[in-house]
Design a protein around this ligand. Sequence first.
Ligand code: PEP
Ligand code: MN
Length: 337
Amino acid sequence: MIIILKKNTSEEQVHLLRQSLTQKGIKLHESEGEQTHIIGLIGDTKSLDMDSLRAHPAVEDVRRVSEPYKKANRTFHPTDSIVDCSGILVGGGNFAVMAGPCSVECEEQITEVARAVKQSGASILRGGAFKPRTSPYSFQGLRADGLDLLRYARKQTGQPIVTEIMNTEHLELFEDVDVIQVGARNMQNFELLKELGKIDKPILLKRGLCATLEEFVMSAEYIMAGGNEKVILCERGIRTFETSMRNTLDISAVPMLKKMSHLPVIIDPSHAAGISWMVEPLAMAAIAAGADGLMIEVHNDPAHALSDGAQSLTPTAFDQLMQKVKSLLPIFDKTLN
Ligand code: PEP
Ligand code: MN
């Protein structure tokens, strides 16, 4: 971090600024030219508040020269992280497909979809039990009963399960869930992220609808700072001015996130597009961009789905997509888990 001092600031003010920084254990490296006086800060600056530094009377501007995320940063961990999801590896050449319905609706639906997606080669079963819906009048999910049905489906097929948590109070219910999903709407629910940092379980963190990549990685940092380094990032489309699709898949996020961080990055083309016929081309683009996995919504009867039917693939369409996934992965040095 560097501090640019105001011209004509008094030596007393600069002295007070130096004192307040060194008291925090920061070492200073100053360079004074004809026009500018700069103080370089050396040491652990991540807890310094840039806004309060800017408010200091001697300070013209403050700039970061290194990223505020440390644990998630590729610089300090050059190799890809591999996250073990109950035996299914994600990252570092390991590709995983998480598939299943938007919402768990009943025993017949979840077991039928679970069997079908497993048959087609999906690695992990997805299904929402606690649903974040825009309208309070829409189906809110089967909640704890939905989790029971996911456990039942897991028993039938042997696939690990991934499902969304919305509230720290529900953590106990998620004790035997294989991967906990944090949805886009909760990406910056910092209290939830902090609690998830205390457990030893993979977290699938979805990017917020309007989050920058730095904000996204900082949310992963929240979880990692607590001690849980098993984080998978998921790009699921962002809000743009385009209205012909539900969201806009930010495909550039894949290479950029991989440059910023060592964490695995997966793509959810279903929520990005909001339209089932777009899921396959976006999934192909995700593989070509270097993604470590996909999350795809599949329903045995999309027309009657209780949520997100328009973007859900039928088991047949999912099977066709998986054939293409399997043929594409070796070209990009990835192995399907
Ligand atoms: C979901 O995966 O069902 C979901 C609600 O996703 P998102 O948080 O990305 O909208
Ligand atoms: Mn959904």
